[in-house]
Design a protein around this ligand. Sequence first.
Ligand SMILES: Nc1ncnc2c1ncn2[C@@H]1O[C@H](COP(=O)(O)OP(=O)(O)O)[C@@H](O)[C@H]1O
Ligand SMILES: [Mg+2]
Length: 253
Amino acid sequence: MRGPYIDVRELEYSYPDGTPALRGVSFGVGQGEAVGLVGANGAGKSTLLLALTGLIEPFSGVIDIGGTVLSKGMVREIRRRLGLIFQDPEDQLFMPTVFDDVAFGPINQGVTGEALAARVASALDSVGAGHLADRPGYRLSGGEKRSAAIAAVLSMDPEILLMDEPSSGLDPKSRRALIDLLAGFPHTRLIAAHDLDLVLDVCPRTIVLHRGEVAADGPTVEIFRDKVLLERCSLEPPLSLQGPTAGAGRWIT
Ligand SMILES: Nc1ncnc2c1ncn2[C@@H]1O[C@H](COP(=O)(O)OP(=O)(O)O)[C@@H](O)[C@H]1O
Ligand SMILES: [Mg+2]
Protein backbone atom coordinates (compact mmCIF):
# COMPACT_ATOMS: atom_id res chain seq x y z
CA MET A 1 0.00 0.00 0.00
CA ARG A 2 1.29 3.46 -0.86
CA GLY A 3 1.03 6.37 1.52
CA PRO A 4 0.68 9.99 0.48
CA TYR A 5 3.26 11.33 -1.93
CA ILE A 6 4.08 14.32 0.26
CA ASP A 7 3.78 13.41 3.91
CA VAL A 8 4.38 16.09 6.52
CA ARG A 9 4.14 15.18 10.17
CA GLU A 10 4.28 17.49 13.17
CA LEU A 11 6.44 20.01 11.37
CA GLU A 12 7.72 22.78 13.66
CA TYR A 13 9.98 25.61 12.66
CA SER A 14 11.03 28.92 14.19
CA TYR A 15 13.23 31.46 12.42
CA PRO A 16 16.65 32.15 13.95
CA ASP A 17 15.27 35.32 15.59
CA GLY A 18 12.80 33.13 17.49
CA THR A 19 9.68 33.85 15.39
CA PRO A 20 7.59 30.68 15.37
CA ALA A 21 6.43 30.03 11.78
CA LEU A 22 5.18 26.43 11.71
CA ARG A 23 3.62 24.78 14.72
CA GLY A 24 2.83 21.10 14.47
CA VAL A 25 1.82 21.07 10.79
CA SER A 26 0.69 17.66 9.50
CA PHE A 27 -0.87 16.76 6.15
CA GLY A 28 -0.45 14.45 3.19
CA VAL A 29 -0.75 15.09 -0.53
CA GLY A 30 -1.45 12.28 -2.99
CA GLN A 31 0.36 11.84 -6.29
CA GLY A 32 -1.05 14.18 -8.94
CA GLU A 33 -3.21 16.01 -6.43
CA ALA A 34 -3.54 19.82 -6.59
CA VAL A 35 -3.81 21.32 -3.11
CA GLY A 36 -4.31 24.99 -2.27
CA LEU A 37 -2.46 26.51 0.68
CA VAL A 38 -4.22 29.59 2.01
CA GLY A 39 -3.92 31.80 5.05
CA ALA A 40 -3.43 35.42 6.01
CA ASN A 41 -0.08 37.17 5.72
CA GLY A 42 2.38 35.56 8.09
CA ALA A 43 0.37 32.33 8.40
CA GLY A 44 3.39 30.26 7.36
CA LYS A 45 2.66 29.43 3.71
CA SER A 46 6.02 30.51 2.27
CA THR A 47 7.90 28.96 5.18
CA LEU A 48 6.17 25.65 4.58
CA LEU A 49 7.15 25.66 0.89
CA LEU A 50 10.75 26.50 1.80
CA ALA A 51 10.79 23.72 4.40
CA LEU A 52 9.59 21.15 1.85
CA THR A 53 12.42 22.18 -0.45
CA GLY A 54 15.00 21.78 2.30
CA LEU A 55 15.75 25.50 2.29
CA ILE A 56 15.23 26.01 6.01
CA GLU A 57 16.50 23.94 8.84
CA PRO A 58 16.74 22.74 11.46
CA PHE A 59 13.08 21.89 11.80
CA SER A 60 11.46 19.25 13.90
CA GLY A 61 8.99 16.71 12.61
CA VAL A 62 9.12 14.62 9.44
CA ILE A 63 8.95 15.59 5.77
CA ASP A 64 8.66 12.57 3.50
CA ILE A 65 8.65 13.03 -0.28
CA GLY A 66 7.73 9.90 -2.20
CA GLY A 67 9.12 7.62 0.50
CA THR A 68 12.35 9.57 1.06
CA VAL A 69 12.63 11.37 4.37
CA LEU A 70 14.13 14.85 4.07
CA SER A 71 17.46 15.10 5.87
CA LYS A 72 20.77 16.83 5.18
CA GLY A 73 22.04 13.88 3.21
CA MET A 74 18.86 13.59 1.13
CA VAL A 75 18.33 17.26 0.23
CA ARG A 76 19.77 16.92 -3.27
CA GLU A 77 17.77 13.81 -4.00
CA ILE A 78 14.56 15.45 -2.80
CA ARG A 79 15.19 18.71 -4.66
CA ARG A 80 15.35 16.79 -7.92
CA ARG A 81 11.72 15.89 -7.46
CA LEU A 82 10.49 19.31 -6.41
CA GLY A 83 10.21 22.51 -8.39
CA LEU A 84 9.67 25.64 -6.32
CA ILE A 85 8.25 28.62 -8.19
CA PHE A 86 9.02 31.73 -6.18
CA GLN A 87 6.56 34.54 -5.57
CA ASP A 88 8.67 36.97 -7.56
CA PRO A 89 9.57 35.56 -11.00
CA GLU A 90 12.58 37.87 -11.11
CA ASP A 91 14.17 35.67 -8.44
CA GLN A 92 14.15 32.91 -11.05
CA LEU A 93 15.25 34.86 -14.14
CA PHE A 94 18.83 36.04 -14.00
CA MET A 95 20.49 34.90 -17.24
CA PRO A 96 20.90 37.00 -20.44
CA THR A 97 17.98 35.29 -22.20
CA VAL A 98 14.93 33.25 -21.33
CA PHE A 99 16.50 30.29 -23.16
CA ASP A 100 19.49 30.47 -20.81
CA ASP A 101 17.23 30.74 -17.76
CA VAL A 102 15.26 27.67 -18.79
CA ALA A 103 18.45 25.78 -19.72
CA PHE A 104 20.16 26.60 -16.42
CA GLY A 105 18.57 23.81 -14.35
CA PRO A 106 18.99 21.00 -16.90
CA ILE A 107 22.62 22.06 -17.52
CA ASN A 108 23.22 21.70 -13.78
CA GLN A 109 21.67 18.25 -14.01
CA GLY A 110 24.23 17.37 -16.69
CA VAL A 111 21.89 17.56 -19.68
CA THR A 112 23.67 18.70 -22.87
CA GLY A 113 23.32 19.01 -26.65
CA GLU A 114 20.11 18.02 -28.37
CA ALA A 115 18.59 16.68 -25.18
CA LEU A 116 19.08 20.10 -23.61
CA ALA A 117 17.55 21.94 -26.55
CA ALA A 118 14.59 19.54 -26.47
CA ARG A 119 14.07 20.04 -22.73
CA VAL A 120 14.09 23.80 -23.06
CA ALA A 121 11.79 23.81 -26.08
CA SER A 122 9.35 21.47 -24.39
CA ALA A 123 9.28 23.50 -21.15
CA LEU A 124 8.75 26.76 -23.04
CA ASP A 125 6.07 25.21 -25.26
CA SER A 126 4.16 23.86 -22.29
CA VAL A 127 3.67 27.41 -21.00
CA GLY A 128 3.15 28.89 -24.47
CA ALA A 129 6.40 30.86 -24.28
CA GLY A 130 8.46 29.45 -27.15
CA HIS A 131 8.55 32.87 -28.80
CA LEU A 132 10.25 34.39 -25.74
CA ALA A 133 13.36 32.20 -25.87
CA ASP A 134 15.74 34.87 -27.15
CA ARG A 135 14.40 37.74 -25.06
CA PRO A 136 16.02 38.88 -21.81
CA GLY A 137 13.84 37.94 -18.84
CA TYR A 138 13.92 41.40 -17.29
CA ARG A 139 12.29 42.94 -20.37
CA LEU A 140 9.20 40.73 -20.26
CA SER A 141 5.71 41.65 -19.05
CA GLY A 142 4.52 40.29 -15.70
CA GLY A 143 2.64 37.42 -17.31
CA GLU A 144 5.54 36.56 -19.60
CA LYS A 145 7.96 36.60 -16.66
CA ARG A 146 5.71 34.25 -14.75
CA SER A 147 5.52 31.87 -17.73
CA ALA A 148 9.30 31.94 -18.16
CA ALA A 149 9.85 31.28 -14.45
CA ILE A 150 7.48 28.30 -14.58
CA ALA A 151 9.27 27.00 -17.69
CA ALA A 152 12.61 27.34 -15.84
CA VAL A 153 11.23 24.95 -13.23
CA LEU A 154 9.45 22.58 -15.63
CA SER A 155 12.69 22.10 -17.59
CA MET A 156 14.12 20.28 -14.59
CA ASP A 157 11.37 17.70 -14.92
CA PRO A 158 10.05 17.89 -11.35
CA GLU A 159 7.36 15.54 -10.09
CA ILE A 160 6.03 18.11 -7.65
CA LEU A 161 5.37 21.81 -8.23
CA LEU A 162 5.39 24.13 -5.23
CA MET A 163 4.14 27.60 -6.07
CA ASP A 164 4.14 30.74 -3.97
CA GLU A 165 1.48 33.27 -4.96
CA PRO A 166 1.61 32.41 -8.67
CA SER A 167 -0.95 35.01 -9.75
CA SER A 168 0.53 37.99 -7.91
CA GLY A 169 1.14 40.93 -10.21
CA LEU A 170 -0.71 39.45 -13.19
CA ASP A 171 -3.34 41.24 -15.26
CA PRO A 172 -6.71 39.44 -15.63
CA LYS A 173 -5.90 37.88 -18.99
CA SER A 174 -2.51 36.54 -17.91
CA ARG A 175 -4.05 35.34 -14.67
CA ARG A 176 -6.74 33.41 -16.52
CA ALA A 177 -4.12 31.86 -18.82
CA LEU A 178 -2.09 30.85 -15.76
CA ILE A 179 -5.10 29.27 -14.08
CA ASP A 180 -5.84 27.18 -17.18
CA LEU A 181 -2.19 26.17 -17.36
CA LEU A 182 -1.94 25.16 -13.70
CA ALA A 183 -5.22 23.28 -13.80
CA GLY A 184 -3.94 21.19 -16.72
CA PHE A 185 -0.59 20.17 -15.21
CA PRO A 186 -0.25 16.49 -14.32
CA HIS A 187 2.18 17.24 -11.48
CA THR A 188 1.50 16.98 -7.78
CA ARG A 189 0.87 20.63 -6.92
CA LEU A 190 0.88 22.62 -3.69
CA ILE A 191 -0.12 26.20 -4.43
CA ALA A 192 0.14 28.94 -1.82
CA ALA A 193 -2.14 31.80 -2.76
CA HIS A 194 -4.05 34.83 -1.57
CA ASP A 195 -6.03 34.50 -4.77
CA LEU A 196 -8.77 32.20 -3.48
CA ASP A 197 -10.53 32.25 -6.85
CA LEU A 198 -7.42 30.75 -8.42
CA VAL A 199 -7.34 28.07 -5.72
CA LEU A 200 -11.02 27.35 -6.32
CA ASP A 201 -10.38 26.85 -10.04
CA VAL A 202 -7.20 24.79 -9.74
CA CYS A 203 -7.29 22.89 -6.42
CA PRO A 204 -10.10 20.53 -5.40
CA ARG A 205 -8.60 20.46 -1.91
CA THR A 206 -7.34 23.24 0.34
CA ILE A 207 -5.29 23.50 3.51
CA VAL A 208 -5.83 26.61 5.64
CA LEU A 209 -2.89 27.76 7.71
CA HIS A 210 -3.49 30.06 10.64
CA ARG A 211 -0.58 31.30 12.73
CA GLY A 212 1.57 28.37 11.76
CA GLU A 213 -1.07 25.71 12.37
CA VAL A 214 -3.42 23.80 10.07
CA ALA A 215 -6.82 25.34 10.77
CA ALA A 216 -8.67 23.27 8.14
CA ASP A 217 -7.96 20.72 5.43
CA GLY A 218 -10.68 19.55 3.07
CA PRO A 219 -12.65 20.13 -0.13
CA THR A 220 -11.96 23.68 -1.36
CA VAL A 221 -15.61 24.55 -1.95
CA GLU A 222 -16.61 23.50 1.55
CA ILE A 223 -13.78 25.46 3.12
CA PHE A 224 -14.48 28.59 1.09
CA ARG A 225 -18.17 28.49 2.04
CA ASP A 226 -17.31 28.31 5.76
CA LYS A 227 -17.59 31.99 6.63
CA VAL A 228 -16.82 31.45 10.31
CA LEU A 229 -13.61 29.61 9.50
CA LEU A 230 -12.54 32.17 6.91
CA GLU A 231 -13.20 35.06 9.24
CA ARG A 232 -11.30 33.40 12.08
CA CYS A 233 -8.36 32.99 9.74
CA SER A 234 -8.62 36.58 8.37
CA LEU A 235 -9.65 35.43 4.89
CA GLU A 236 -12.44 36.60 2.59
CA PRO A 237 -14.54 34.21 0.52
CA PRO A 238 -13.50 34.14 -3.16
CA LEU A 239 -15.44 36.55 -5.38
CA SER A 240 -17.09 33.73 -7.26
CA LEU A 241 -18.66 32.47 -4.01
CA GLN A 242 -19.85 35.91 -2.92
CA GLY A 243 -23.02 37.70 -3.91
CA PRO A 244 -26.50 36.56 -4.89
CA THR A 245 -25.39 34.03 -7.48
CA ALA A 246 -22.87 32.40 -5.16
CA GLY A 247 -22.78 28.69 -5.76
CA ALA A 248 -25.02 28.94 -8.80
CA GLY A 249 -22.22 29.68 -11.19
CA ARG A 250 -19.29 31.89 -11.91
CA TRP A 251 -20.07 35.51 -12.57
CA ILE A 252 -16.52 36.75 -12.36
CA THR A 253 -13.63 34.98 -13.98
N1 LIG B 1 13.34 35.55 7.47
C1 LIG B 1 12.49 35.61 8.50
N2 LIG B 1 12.93 35.87 9.75
C2 LIG B 1 12.10 35.92 10.81
N3 LIG B 1 10.76 35.68 10.71
C3 LIG B 1 10.27 35.43 9.49
C4 LIG B 1 11.09 35.37 8.33
N4 LIG B 1 10.30 35.09 7.26
C5 LIG B 1 9.05 34.96 7.74
N5 LIG B 1 9.02 35.16 9.08
C6 LIG B 1 7.86 35.08 9.98
O1 LIG B 1 7.39 33.74 9.93
C7 LIG B 1 5.97 33.73 9.96
C8 LIG B 1 5.45 33.03 8.71
O2 LIG B 1 5.79 33.81 7.59
P1 LIG B 1 5.52 33.35 6.09
O3 LIG B 1 5.85 31.92 5.97
O4 LIG B 1 6.26 34.29 5.21
O5 LIG B 1 3.96 33.56 5.95
P2 LIG B 1 3.05 33.69 4.64
O6 LIG B 1 3.83 33.22 3.47
O7 LIG B 1 1.85 32.86 4.95
O8 LIG B 1 2.68 35.15 4.55
C9 LIG B 1 5.53 35.18 10.10
O9 LIG B 1 5.35 35.45 11.47
C10 LIG B 1 6.73 35.94 9.55
O10 LIG B 1 6.80 37.23 10.13
MG1 LIG C 1 4.30 34.19 1.70
